[in-house]
Write a protein that binds this ligand. Sequence first.
Ligand SMILES: Cc1cc2nc3c(=O)[nH]c(=O)nc-3n(C[C@H](O)[C@H](O)[C@H](O)COP(=O)(O)O)c2cc1C
Length: 148
Amino acid sequence: MSNALIIYGSTTGNTAYTAETIAAYLTANGGYEVSLKSVADIDVSELNDAWDLYLLGCSTWGEEEIELQEDFESFYEGLTGDLNLSGKKFAVFGCGDSSYEYFCGAVDVIEERVQKLGATLVADSLRIDGEPEEEEINEWTRDVIHGA
Ligand SMILES: Cc1cc2nc3c(=O)[nH]c(=O)nc-3n(C[C@H](O)[C@H](O)[C@H](O)COP(=O)(O)O)c2cc1C
């Protein structure tokens, strides 16, 4: 059985709901064993463990510039050149609001960083505009399963 680690940062619960929905779909339809963690409870060293798939979720804050969800900041700072993610499969998701200049900017920043560290993205990242909806999340998770 394949396993997946989902790490999320969420302030008002939207990205948390998205992460839970992804976890349920991966388990029920992808046959994955899933570990779902708030980014506040995890260290980047856990990216070195042998997970078949890593999913990172983060909402976007800030107005003039892109700010990651606050719990995600220190985790992101740990995503440095010391970490080699080559050969590892990743997918990135997050909630935002397209009325802001940098719609889901946190997703852009995270996907760029993990790719720089050698990770392979298994699907286009999921950028949710407004309230997350189960159907959109499930469709994306289906793509992730196919790409992984
Ligand atoms: C002060 C503030 C700044 C925000 N800045 C952005 C932004 O720059 N880009 C964006 O896409 N969404 C932005 N948002 C929208 C949030 O990302 C959105 O509400 C999201 O669903 C929150 O997800 P969470 O509940 O998982 O934290 C902002 C919201 C607030 C209240």
